[in-house]
Design a protein around this ligand. Structure first.
Ligand SMILES: CC(C)(COP(=O)(O)OP(=O)(O)OC[C@H]1O[C@@H](n2cnc3c(N)ncnc32)[C@H](O)[C@@H]1OP(=O)(O)O)[C@@H](O)C(=O)NCCC(=O)NCCS
Length: 205
């Protein structure tokens, strides 16, 4: 069976032009493909242990070589993983990614320490999820957060994620899930497919 990817979304109404991330806009940010010119910013921001301590996939210390490796990895992982640079106009301030696009996509994100607590990630996650559900046939997105990471759990809850599945090690490793229908019910200004809009109308009756 051919591997499903963003290039060949099954039952998808909206064609996805290529597998590179599109540029999306929120009120304050643009979400765009990360580029070689972001390497210094990624290394500086992800070099802060406060940022990476909850991120199992990011090494510490984090160097420019790690940032370059990550960009090269994204190229190899096209169709399976996609990442957006969050840009406030001064340059990259954080990242949102979706991995396991060929299974149940899992969202991951981080912001530079100076940008926390300003609602940036809630704003960006909503638009990134709106794109994923709107432009592909993705039925559900998964997420994980450590119990003490209340900021991340607040971001997930605002986007519509609820607790799911079996958590390992008690409250340490929490699993979350967001279904497509739940997303479009909560964010009814986002454009889904005709089927999503019909389902939305049916629940509004
Ligand atoms: C998690 C993270 C992306 C949140 O981004 P953010 O833009 O600061 O989040 P927001 O401003 O959208 O805030 C979301 C909520 O968390 C709360 N919050 C923000 N920073 C917080 C903190 N340090 N402690 C507790 N709550 C916090 C906000 O008040 C807000 O709550 P509300 O929805 O009730 O108003 C950011 O803290 C971060 O990059 N952390 C390190 C990396 C990480 O943990 N990634 C996720 C791994 S699962």
């Amino acid at each position: 069976m051919p591997e499903r990817s963003l290039e060949t979304p099954v039952g998808c109404e909206t064609p996805v032009a290529g597998v590179a991330p599109p540029t999306l806009a929120t009120a304050r940010l643009s979400l765009r493909a990360p580029a070689g010119s972001d390497v210094a910013r990624i290394a500086a921001l992800a070099g802060n242990r406060e940022v990476t301590r909850f991120l199992a996939r990011l090494p510490h210390p984090y160097t420019a070589a790690d940032a370059r490796d990550w960009l090269a990895y994204l190229e190899r992982a096209r169709g399976r993983e996609i990442a957006f640079a969050l840009d406030d106009g001064t340059g990259l301030i954080g990242v949102i990614s979706f991995r396991a696009l060929d299974e149940t996509p899992e969202i991951g994100y981080w912001l530079g320490r100076a940008y926390w607590g300003k609602g940036y990630m809630s704003e960006a996650a909503r638009v990134a999820l709106g794109w994923l559900f709107g432009a592909t046939a993705t039925q559900a997105v998964a997420a994980r957060a450590i119990g003490v990471n209340t900021a991340s759990q607040a971001v997930l809850s605002r986007a519509g994620f609820t607790r799911a599945g079996s958590d390992t090690a008690g409250e340490r490793d929490l699993h979350f899930r967001l279904d497509r229908a739940a997303f479009f019910r909560l964010h009814d200004d986002m454009n889904g497919t005709a089927a999503d809009r019909a389902a939305q109308k049916a629940t509004q009756r």
